[in-house]
Write a protein that binds this ligand. Structure first.
Ligand SMILES: Cc1cc2nc3c(=O)[nH]c(=O)nc-3n(C[C@H](O)[C@H](O)[C@H](O)COP(=O)(O)OP(=O)(O)OC[C@H]3O[C@@H](n4cnc5c(N)ncnc54)[C@H](O)[C@@H]3O)c2cc1C
Length: 461
């Protein structure tokens, strides 16, 4: 950006909403990319030239016009809890901080929450519960994370054992976006059209409103069960995950020593054992405890339902929080995101353990993908070299375990690309100059004949 750009920006917004202080620029250009030693190495020097804090949709439109007219890259930021450097502005330019757009506009009688892009998921959950609803699924970062950031960067979480991933079952009812054009168009996408924008990392439209379909409210209780070995823990959790008579939100299991990293829980975590965490309907807590004891497990933590929910929950140690706790304890660890076979998972796990031993620690989150209860997994792995990491990924794929690679900074490599190229088509339509989060959708550069690298910023004009 030139000095003239900065002077013009100062005429557009009050000074207190234009951030140029180096320390703040650095903070607001980052997410949790550092989980990956590769992204940490490759992205640490990338930052915005300026961060702009929008207060309302009119501000967002003004910034779009400004950036489009001056051909300045624009990267969107919610709460910055994403992984893979999704919101790191690799081409500099402007980071548009949307955190102040956080209102919940309402919840319809049939359970659809209408929200600003940075409405926090925990606020939506609280508001929904007051009128008999709750989120269908949410990431373990739900206290901080915003709803548009979840739609643009996340995939599922607590609740996905019943409701599937965020992309499934109409959970995202509609998304309203602004296009990146001289005069931004406002477009509401519903039904299958949401897949043009969902999990596109803010590369092809600015989400300004999310309509999220909710679930009827349940009073959830928590339970932890220890087993001597991981296979027994896996068997028990899978049995509960597949048992439709249990109403549940969380079905997780961890191989030892992962539970040793859950520092605040050490007063009750049994040493050397595998651990399983559940959230089930409060009136089913005793039945689950009985099933655990009958199956050879030891119930080591029970928390019946209370409202409001205070302090930490077992879910604060699940999903990608498991990795965070492990990384705090041992910075040489990192992670993968794996999809095991619903029928072959036991033998796949055995083969991985035989090959990689304690360098590949099992953490499984059962989910209902496409209506099949499946062991999703975020294994915690030891990083030594890029080559060893590639070897682990190749081995997984060789035995039928899919990997959504969290060590790459572009959409197509991260395992969530759709074969219909809907996101690419949307980018060509809504961001013709390739200014939104440039570099993250490689297919866009390739689609501009003979052009590569940074060139789309110039070439598509
Ligand atoms: C400890 C930890 C645990 C996690 N657990 C989970 C989990 O259980 N499940 C899960 O799915 N994810 C998980 N994540 C990833 C992340 O927390 C979620 O995806 C979260 O919902 C992101 O929300 P955010 O507001 O922080 O988004 P950000 O990090 O700010 O942004 C994420 C992406 O969305 C884009 N974006 C932001 N706002 C907009 C907008 N208005 N329009 C268009 N694009 C936009 C950004 O440019 C970026 O590409 C975890 C991450 C961490 C660090």
């Amino acid at each position: 950006m030139t000095n003239a750009d900065l002077v013009a920006l100062a005429e557009l917004l009050p000074a207190e909403r234009i951030v140029t202080a180096p320390a703040q620029l650095e903070t607001l250009s980052r997410d949790f990319y550092w989980y990956s030693p590769i992204l940490k190495r490759d992205l640490s020097d990338r930052r915005a030239e300026v961060v702009v804090q929008a207060r309302d949709v009119e501000d967002v439109k003004a910034i779009i016009r400004f950036a489009f007219g001056r051909r300045i890259p624009l990267t969107l930021r919610g709460a910055g809890t994403g992984n893979y450097g999704q919101c790191i502005p690799t081409h500099g330019g402007i980071v548009l901080d949307l955190a102040a757009l956080d209102r919940i506009h309402g919840i319809s009688p049939d359970g659809v929450a209408v929200c600003d892009p940075a409405a926090r998921l925990a606020s939506i959950e609280n508001a929904a519960r007051q009128v008999g609803w709750e989120l269908r699924c949410y990431p373990s970062t739900f206290v901080k994370a915003g709803v548009a950031g979840f739609c643009a960067g996340g995939s599922g979480g607590i609740g996905s054992i019943t409701w599937g991933g965020l992309r499934e079952n109409g959970t995202v009812h509609a998304l309203t976006i602004l296009t990146m054009e001289a005069e931004p168009r406002e477009i509401r996408l519903a039904g299958p059209d949401i897949f043009r924008i969902l999990h596109a990392w803010g590369t092809n439209g600015v989400i300004v409103q999310v309509e999220l379909r909710l679930a009827p409210r349940t009073n959830w209780a928590q339970l932890a069960v220890a087993h001597p070995e991981f296979p027994a823990s896996f068997d028990f959790v899978e049995a509960i995950a597949k048992n439709d008579s249990f109403k549940k939100r969380l079905t997780s299991c961890f191989e030892w020593p992962l539970p040793s990293h859950f520092t605040p829980l050490q007063k009750w975590v049994p040493k050397g054992r595998a651990l399983a965490f559940f959230e089930v309907a409060d009136d089913q807590l005793q039945r689950l405890a009985d099933a655990a004891k009958n199956g050879g497990g030891e119930v080591c933590f029970v928390a019946p339902y209370t409202e409001p929910r205070r302090g930490t929950l077992l879910s604060d140690y699940t999903w990608n929080h498991t990795t965070l706790w492990a990384l705090k304890g041992d910075p040489s660890l990192t992670y993968l995101q794996c999809g095991f076979s619903a029928t072959e998972a036991r033998s796949q796990i055995r083969r991985l353990k035989a090959r990689f031993g304690d360098d590949f620690l099992m953490h499984v989150e059962f989910v209902r993908w496409d209506n099949v209860v499946t062991p999703g997994s975020i294994p915690v792995i030891r990083y030594s070299t890029d080559e060893r990491l590639r070897e682990m990924i190749a081995f997984c794929e060789g035995i039928g375990v899919s990997v959504a690679n969290p060590h790459v900074n572009f959409l197509e490599g991260s395992g969530r690309w759709r074969p219909d190229d809907a996101k690419l088509v949307a980018k060509q339509e809504y961001d013709p100059r390739g200014l939104l989060n440039p570099g993250k959708m490689r297919g866009f550069a390739a689609s501009l004949e003979g052009v590569s690298g940074n060139a789309p910023l110039e070439a598509a004009a």
